[in-house]
Design a protein around this ligand. Structure first.
Ligand code: FE2
Ligand code: FE2
Length: 506
């Protein structure tokens, strides 16, 4: 499917140029094309071969590293959309500057020649922020090839596009703020400028133009960042992509859903914050997305807003709501918080990644407490409760982040029941819970390795030990103690007097 896409995109770009395939030789005063389509076939073919080799290397390398497909169908649609935007912009800009190039002076040609490469910087930032590096580089290689074809097959244009795009992808891949986009734009601009300067030197352009021409690169990079900041929210909304910028916005504790959670289920809210810290640290250790793990954890239990008093962390009274319910009903209420959470997340427009985490944060695990209670009540063979009825609907976590949240959630909840949380007890508890989830097949589809699990255990133990640390008892100051005792004696005496003189007595 991907090969088909490549061939289609290259064909579109070639056919789009049609008869006027080679626009003009920009560095001569002649308005007639120096190159034409037929004489350039070998050059075009060699460019296509070059790109295929680059694509093959990227594909092979990323598949080896990630052991899974570089991109899914959703990435293909998003990538193709940005590609068409880039290709369209290049074409429009080339058409716009074409009259100036054709009829203008040599100076005009020199000034405007590189402006259409603005689309290259815009696409590099969009790909870098919205997609992974491997997919971005694949699309940008094809885009650079198409832009080079539009420019008449000039190898230097391919170099400018390819190197500046790669810089843009690397610079904007982890952009967390809009200002990071500007920084990425400037980096693209610097690379473009350097290559433009080299191109000028190779072409033997007059020194006064050599000083001015590279500015085009800086302008392209800056404009690319400016327009990317405007286009990104639209693409994020249309494709429901969780960029780091969007996740950072969601991590704001003033989000209406989190505010609702703190008001209606304060116990769940604080549990979610601790799960967020555990999940973020673990995600960093195993190379998952820490920000997605933290934000996913903040929202993982929002379904509890509907019936907060049925969850132990929000029960303040000695009597539990479940005391009057049969185990199967209690289990249904507990399990329903997953579906309620998914509904709420969709209603509030949360990203698909977050919705998936909410849906998968218990996997298909067993509501053990109520299943055990049901076994005690209906212990005989005939009316023995079915285990499937006491299991969450799932699916089991499909991503590293969802799996980490499943583990952090279970560990955090269990750690609260520890009587004397010493480091060794915490370590044993973490070991036991992670091993039980592994044996229960909850981690089968999430790509976490045994080594990752060992690192996660270590990370959880370290953080929980910090949370449950004990402070040394401070020695009492004898003078202060004496003074306090004296004061207490006085106040006791005073309060006795007050009671004796109080109107109640009368
Ligand atoms: Fe939950
Ligand atoms: Fe939870």
């Amino acid at each position: 499917m991907f090969s088909l896409l490549i061939i289609t995109l290259i064909t579109i770009s070639i056919s789009w140029n049609g008869k006027n395939f080679i626009i003009v030789n920009y560095f001569s005063n002649s308005s007639s094309p120096v190159y034409d389509f037929k004489t350039n076939i070998p050059l075009i073919l060699s460019l296509i071969c070059c790109s295929c080799v680059i694509l093959f290397i990227i594909f092979k390398f990323t598949k080896e590293v990630s052991k899974k497909s570089v991109m899914n169908n959703f990435d293909l649609i998003l990538g193709s959309t940005i590609f068409i935007i880039g290709l369209g912009l290049t074409k429009i800009l080339l058409l716009l500057i074409d009259p100036a190039l054709d009829t203008g002076s040599a100076q005009g040609r020199l000034y405007f020649y590189y402006f259409p490469l603005f689309s290259s910087s815009l696409c590099a930032i969009l790909y870098g922020v919205l997609m992974n590096r491997a997919s971005s580089l694949i699309f940008l290689t094809i885009l650079s090839l198409c832009q080079t074809i539009m420019y008449g097959g000039e190898l230097m244009i391919f170099m400018i596009c390819m190197f500046s795009s790669a810089t843009g992808v690397i610079a904007s891949n982890n952009a967390r703020r809009r200002t990071h986009l500007i920084r990425s734009g400037l980096q693209i601009g610097v690379v473009q400028s350097l290559f433009i300067l080299c191109h000028g030197l190779l072409m033997g352009i007059a020194s006064k133009f050599l000083a001015i021409q590279p500015l085009t690169g800086i302008i392209n990079g800056s404009l690319g960042a400016f327009f990317a900041a405007g286009v990104l929210p639209i693409l994020e909304y249309l494709f429901k992509v969780s960029t780091d910028i969007r996740l950072l916005e969601l991590s704001d504790l003033n989000h209406p859903l989190l505010k609702k959670l703190v008001m209606e289920a304060p116990g769940t809210y604080h549990h979610s914050l601790i799960v967020g810290n555990l999940a973020e640290a673990a995600a960093e250790v195993v190379g998952a997305k820490p920000l997605l793990a933290r934000v996913g954890a903040y929202f993982h239990d929002i379904g509890k807003i509907k019936k907060p008093e049925y969850f132990s962390e929000n029960q303040w009274r000695a009597k539990s709501r479940h005391d009057d319910l049969i185990p199967s009903m209690s289990s249904l209420i507990i399990i329903s918080h997953v579906k309620d959470g998914v509904d709420l997340a969709k209603k509030y427009g949360l990203n698909k990644d977050i919705v998936d985490i909410i849906e998968q944060h218990h996997g298909t695990s067993l509501v053990y407490f109520f299943y055990k209670r049901a076994l005690i009540i209906h212990g005989d063979e005939q009316s023995k409760p079915k285990e499937e009825e006491y299991r969450y609907p799932g699916p089991a976590p499909q991503s590293k982040e969802a799996a980490i949240i499943l583990l952090a959630d279970a560990v955090e909840a269990a750690s609260r029941s520890l009587d004397n949380p010493t480091p060794s007890r915490i370590k044993n508890l973490v070991d036991e819970i992670i091993n039980s989830r592994f044996l229960d097949s909850q981690l089968d589809n999430c790509e976490l390795t045994i080594l990752d699990l060992a690192n996660i255990k270590e990370c959880f133990t370290f953080i929980l030990t910090g949370i449950f640390h004990t402070r040394p008892k401070y020695p009492k100051d004898p003078q202060n103690t004496k003074q306090k005792e004296k004061n207490n004696g006085n106040s006791d005496k005073q309060s006795t007097e007050q009671i004796q003189n109080s109107p109640a007595k009368n």
